[in-house]
Design a protein around this ligand. Structure first.
Ligand SMILES: [Fe+2]
Length: 310
């Protein structure tokens, strides 16, 4: 079958939007990546009806451990000749792929593997300014939890890099893992709520507001990331003026790691397109944050964030 995927190429792990499907494994890959429909081009291939009877149920993988870190991610990071823009796109795409696999099976072994994969991405952000510039500016995409998690990871590490430039008291690998995993608790929230193409009702918001505590608990139970860095997950929706959740903390009671993550999180939500809201350009998003939300953030952290885009 020749298929066209109804998504931009950044929203899936395939090299092209259109290609020929020849194996059951490819079909499983499309399904496992959350793609629920494809357009079948019967001019270039055969129709679905002719092939349906030949499809065998793919073998299910019940093993605990999946291959979380894509080889392409390691290869792109290690490739010294790859131009920065291409490298940024490859690292972003395969990090999203890695994130989707983790959300599919968020157990101890997979979180461990994920953290190893993220070490390479964090080191790239810390050492390669050119690639990081492009990584931070990949915002032309539709919103989903995996893409959002990677964007907040990249922005969080970039901001922490500036704020902690003169200090070596911070474990950037563990902190980076905290940023990338800030929304991990969403694995426990009903998918219908996560993917709702509209604003949430009050009852749905009550469910949604559980994700910081659930993520914190999961990382605690699986003994992943020390407590200080886990606070990123617990506190990323706290607001300096006390209007956040889950603990309605205020000002400097919120850990600096949580405060950094909240700035990155809100910015990415504003620059992402959702079915019920338009996407803001980065400059517009910073303006909205400054003019309408400034009491949500710590001023020094927000000012340093703005400088990242100069
Ligand atoms: Fe969140």
């Amino acid at each position: 079958m020749y298929v066209n995927l109804p998504h931009t190429w950044r929203a899936h792990p395939f090299l092209r939007n259109s290609f020929t499907i020849t194996t059951d494994k490819q079909i499983s890959k499309v399904i496992n990546f959350g793609i629920t429909e494809v357009n079948i081009d019967v001019q270039k291939g055969i129709a679905a009806a002719d092939i349906l009877k030949e499809i065998v149920e793919p073998e299910k993988d019940f093993s605990e451990k999946a291959d979380i870190v894509p080889d392409q991610l390691k290869e792109a990071i290690a490739d010294k000749k790859m131009p920065p823009e291409t490298k940024a796109q490859a690292v972003h795409l395969h990090s999203v792929n890695m994130m989707s696999k983790l959300f599919d099976k968020p157990n101890k072994k997979n979180i461990e593997q994920f953290k190893e994969g993220i070490v390479g991405v964090v080191d790239l952000i810390l050492a390669d300014n050119a690639t990081n510039h492009y990584l931070m500016n990949i915002t032309t995409h539709d919103y989903n939890t995996y893409v959002h998690s990677v964007n907040v990871g990249v922005l969080g590490v970039s901001l922490a890099k500036t704020i902690f430039a003169k200090s070596d008291h911070h474990d950037m690998h563990a902190l980076g893992a905290g940023f990338f995993l800030h929304d991990l608790g969403k694995v426990y929230i009903d998918e219908a709520i996560i993917n709702k193409p509209g604003k949430l009702t009050e009852e749905e918001m009550i469910q949604m507001r559980k994700h910081p505590s659930m993520g914190f608990k999961l990382l605690n139970e699986t003994k992943q990331i020390n407590e200080e860095n886990r606070l990123v997950v617990l506190q990323h929706h706290e607001r300096a003026n006390g209007t956040g959740y889950p603990q309605k903390m205020r000002g400097n009671d919120i850990h600096i790691y949580g405060r950094i993550c909240s700035v990155a999180d809100v910015f990415d939500a504003l620059v992402s397109k959702r079915p019920y809201k338009k996407k803001h350009e980065p400059f517009e998003a910073l303006k909205v944050m400054k003019n309408e939300m400034m009491d949500h953030f710590h001023k020094d952290i927000f000012d340093k964030f703005v400088l990242l885009f100069k």
